[in-house]
Design a protein around this ligand. Structure first.
Ligand code: ADP
Ligand code: MG
Length: 887
């Protein structure tokens, strides 16, 4: 055997497959292992490189898996039993050694080793288990698989693959048994098994399940190299019965052309494709991302789908054409059959020899089987041979084919894909769950917020209610106290009137128990109450919980703050009213004290000085009030946004300014500036009137006069004068300017800032009180001017004449109102003392008035002053002479 092998060149003796692992596989069963052995020979690596170009790109590198080849010998048939009765079989099998001896003649034989050697007695079950079962199991694991029968017609290819075993189940072939195994292992809920049944005949692919569909094209995925037949009918298989029906149908359609060799044989290639799609759950990612960790999203196991394909090929007979005895069309047919077969042989040769070029595209069969040889599929080939020595040549070529196929190394790969549909379905379910959960949580949250809001609202309204009650009580109390104070004052006034004396009253006031004192008590009490309120509020605030509640309470707190401020302002207003009352009471007291002579105004004093005079020399409760309220507070109120508060405040300041004792403090505290601000910033005429009154009082002091000037007071007063309509306002403004006119240092400023013009402008209102102040101002100005001229500080004509005051002076020199008349008489005397004015005075008619004054004035001192003045002026004297006037 060994020597025979040596004599027979490359095919003699034992032709071992290239894998070193093969020898061990041969000892047991080369078809058994579920996964191909990993300890492959170096040669396999080469083939792997080669086959890679022939293979689809796959998920990973895969595992090597050589094409396994079994040989099966058919028992002698009836014909052979007769015809070859005298001859020995051409083959001798040594199944335990997995060897086959092919007899060349009686004395020579060749020995071949296969992965499995199946004798004529081998059962269909055993054939399935050693040839097909490992492939089917691989298919169930996700690999592609091929089981193919190759051999001369009549050697049992269809017997091996396609027997249905309807009468005898033990006769069932590989197709039925494979399907049985597949159906037993898949879950029909998650997996699917579909079948197409085709025949390749004369290079055309026909659908055995739909014979009209007779030219199905092969589609190759350019990326993966996967081959598919989308045009073929795919029938889903759910049980064995339907599969048998399908096979029967296919068989009925299968073209069977009789040949001389065997009436049952077929010249077409029958191809059964079983597509298995299985859902598997992939492992989760080893390291979950940060987002995954923090989110509620539970990453589902990766849904994967494994698509595998079992291809069972019952090849047409491998016999040569000349042997078939075909002619005409039959010859062409045989050529076509052999085209595919010879192409398959060429591809296997190329792969076996590790050739650079594998002519896959030469035939449809090789294109369809590209994954089976040199691809990613697990492939088993069963070569069938007959025993007859008459077909020795065909048998030898069949054996040779099998031997070459054993050298073909495949690279098994699982075709695993994401099951996007299933993933989407799972995610959708998970998303819906999350949405529902989120909605539940949102609802709970909203309810909670609503509850807290309601609670906070209740608490806040409770606090507000308490506060409002307390405030109202407080207000009523203040009002009552105020009324009582007023009542007490009135009673005291009446009592004093009765007594016609002021001693008791005075003592009462001066010992610090007057209304000021009671107010102080009241104020202290109000303060206490306020403090109590604040404490109550704080307590309420502490009780309140929750952010919303605190916010609301803060708002309430702010409101309370405003209320408090208002209350304080109200208190100040009350005090200012009290102050007014006190003034009035004092005035009344003075009047009574003088026995009704208090109405006799001198007419030369400023309006406020009347009040001041009345209080002069007496300690009044004003001082005490002043202390209690605090000057700064009152001054601050001058800028209050509330016009009422402003008016009250300015009144209080004006009252305070009427007292000489307060003036200095008022100015120091910035009161003068504030009063001037009122003239500048507000248009309210009452404010203007009272402020101007206060300024008039402050303007009695020389230092203050200069301050007023420095702070732009002259022009402010002038502006106020031009805007005012109320005679009392004009009276106050005129009074203030008149006071300034009495300051020697302010002469030119007064004139340049429009003071004189403003004075003269105010005469438009015609009110005697106003005119009186204007006249006083002119008199004051003239006096200062005269003094300056006498001292040589000033030269030139009077500024009064320059500003056009003379006509009004002349016109009012004999005014019915004594105060006016007196001021003007003095002014004329002052003007006449300087020769520079004489000419203008003569022209303006002032000389006649001076003459009249020197003769008719009721006041002796003025009369003689006028006379002296006229006599001392050469110009006047000359004019009098000309007019024949004698004094
Ligand atoms: P092929 O398909 O290769 O042309 P078949 O499967 O049609 O050959 O077989 C030809 C004949 O031989 C059939 O009648 C078949 O029953 C018979 N046959 C083939 N193999 C066996 C076997 N192993 N045992 C018994 N009969 C067989
Ligand atoms: Mg057949």
């Amino acid at each position: 055997m060994a020597s025979g092998a040596n004599r027979n060149g490359m095919h003699k003796g034992t032709v071992k497959p290239p894998s070193a692992a093969n020898s061990s596989n041969l000892k047991s069963s080369s078809f058994k292992p579920r996964l191909p052995p990993s300890n492959q020979s170096p040669g396999s690596a080469l083939r792997r490189t080669n086959s890679a170009s022939f293979t689809a790109a796959a998920r990973d590198d895969g595992v090597p898996g050589r094409v396994r080849v079994a040989v099966r010998l058919r028992p002698r048939n009836a014909e052979e039993l007769v015809a070859d009765a005298d001859f020995a079989d051409c083959v001798e099998l040594q199944p335990e050694l997995k060897r086959l001896k092919l007899r060349k003649n009686n004395w020579d034989s060749e020995t071949y080793e296969f992965d499995e050697v199946l004798t004529e007695f081998a059962s269909q079950k055993r054939v399935y288990e050693v040839v097909a079962k490992p492939v089917v199991e691989s298919v169930l694991d996700g690999y592609n698989g091929t089981v193919m029968a190759y051999g001369q017609t009549g050697t049992g290819k269809t017997f091996t693959l396609g027997r249905l075993g309807e009468e005898d189940t033990s006769a069932r072939g590989i197709m039925v048994r494979s399907m049985e195994e597949i159906l037993a292992n898949v879950s029909l809920e998650t997996d699917s098994v579909t079948v197409s049944y085709l025949q390749l005949y004369m290079e055309a692919i026909q659908d055995l399940l739909d014979p009209a569909n007779d030219n199905i094209s092969i589609v190759e995925d350019p990326k993966t190299g996967d081959v598919s037949l989308p045009g073929a009918t795919h029938v889903e298989i759910r049980d064995e019965h339907s599969f048998l029906e399908l096979l029967r149908l296919g068989e009925a359609h299968r073209i069977a052309a009789n040949t001389k060799l065997n009436t049952e044989s077929s010249r077409s290639h029958a191809i059964l494709m079983v597509h298995v799609k299985r859902s598997v759950l992939g492992a989760e990612d080893a390291i979950p991302s940060e987002i995954d960790k923090s989110s509620h999203f539970v990453k589902p196991p990766k849904p994967l789908v494994r698509k595998s394909k079992l291809v069972l090929v019952d090849l047409a007979g491998s016999e040569r054409v000349h042997k078939s005895g075909s002619e005409g069309h039959m010859l062409e047919e045989a050529k076509s059959i052999n085209l595919s077969l010879s192409a398959l042989g060429k591809c296997i040769n190329a792969l076996a020899e590790n050739s650079a070029h594998v002519p896959v595209r030469d035939s449809k069969l090789t294109r369809l089987l590209r994954d089976s040889f040199g691809g990613t599929a697990r492939t088993s080939l069963i070569v069938t041979i007959g025993p007859s020595p008459r077909h020795r040549g065909e048998t030898a070529s069949t054996i040779l084919f099998g031997q070459r196929a054993m050298k073909v190394e495949n690279m098994l790969r699982i075709k695993e894909e994401f099951d996007y549909k299933s993933l989407a379905r799972r995610l959708e379910i998970q998303l819906d769950k999350l949405i529902a959960e989120n909605e539940r949580q949102q609802k709970a949250f909203d309810d909670e917020v609503e509850r807290i809001n309601l609670e906070a609202q209740n608490r806040v309204s409770e606090v507000e209610r308490d506060f409002t009650d307390a405030l109202e009580k407080e207000r009523l109390k203040c009002q009552m106290e105020y009324m009582e104070s007023v009542k007490k004052l009135e009673e005291k006034m009446i009592e004093n009137q009765r007594k016609h004396g002021c001693d008791g009253f005075m003592n009462d006031k001066c010992n610090g128990k007057g209304p000021g004192f009671s107010i102080a008590e009241d104020v202290a009490e109000v303060k206490k109450l306020l403090e109590k309120e604040i404490n109550m509020r704080k307590e309420a605030e502490e009780e309140a919980g929750g952010a919303a509640e605190i916010l609301k309470l803060q708002k309430a707190l702010e409101d309370e703050g405003h209320q408090k401020k208002k209350l304080e302002e109200e208190i100040i207003i009350l005090r200012s009213q009290m102050l007014q009352l006190t003034f009035e009471a004092e005035q009344m007291r003075r009047c009574l004290g003088r026995g009704g002579s208090g109405n006799a105004h001198t007419g030369l004093d400023s309006p406020m000085s009347q009040v001041r005079d009345s209080l002069n020399g007496h300690k009044t409760p004003v001082a005490a009030l002043f202390e209690q309220v605090g000057l700064q507070k009152i001054l601050a109120l001058l800028e209050s946004e509330d016009p009422n508060v402003r008016i009250h405040a300015v009144k209080v300041v004006a009252n305070l300014a009427a007292e000489e004792a307060n003036q200095e403090r008022i100015v120091e505290a910035g009161g003068l500036t504030s009063l001037l601000m009122l003239l500048r910033s507000y248009e309210d005429e009452t404010v203007h009137r009272v402020a101007a009154g206060a300024i008039a009082n402050l303007a009695m002091n020389e230092a203050n006069q200069e301050l007023i000037m420095v702070q732009g007071g002259i022009s402010l007063l002038s502006m106020t004068a031009s805007d005012a309509e109320d005679p009392q306002t004009l009276r106050m403004v005129a009074g203030a300017i008149a006071n300034l006119c009495g300051n020697d240092k302010l002469q030119s400023k007064l004139r340049s800032e429009g003071g004189i013009k403003a004075l003269l402008g105010m005469v438009r209102c015609g009110h005697l009180d106003v005119l009186s102040q204007v006249a006083r101002g002119i008199a004051n100005f003239a006096k200062c001017e005269s003094r300056a001229s006498t001292n040589g500080i000033k030269s030139g004509r009077s500024l009064l004449i320059d500003d056009g005051a003379l006509p009004w002076i002349v016109q009012n020199a004999n005014n019915d109102s004594a105060p006016i008349r007196r001021h003007i008489e003095l002014a004329l005397c002052h003007l006449a003392q300087h020769e520079v004015n004489a000419k203008d005075m003569i022209c303006g008619g002032a000389l006649w008035e001076l003459v009249r004054i020197s003769q008719d004035c009721s006041r002796e001192d003025i009369r003689s002053l006028a006379r002296r003045t006229l006599n001392s002026s050469p110009v006047f004297r000359a004019e009098m002479r000309r007019l024949r006037i004698e004094l």
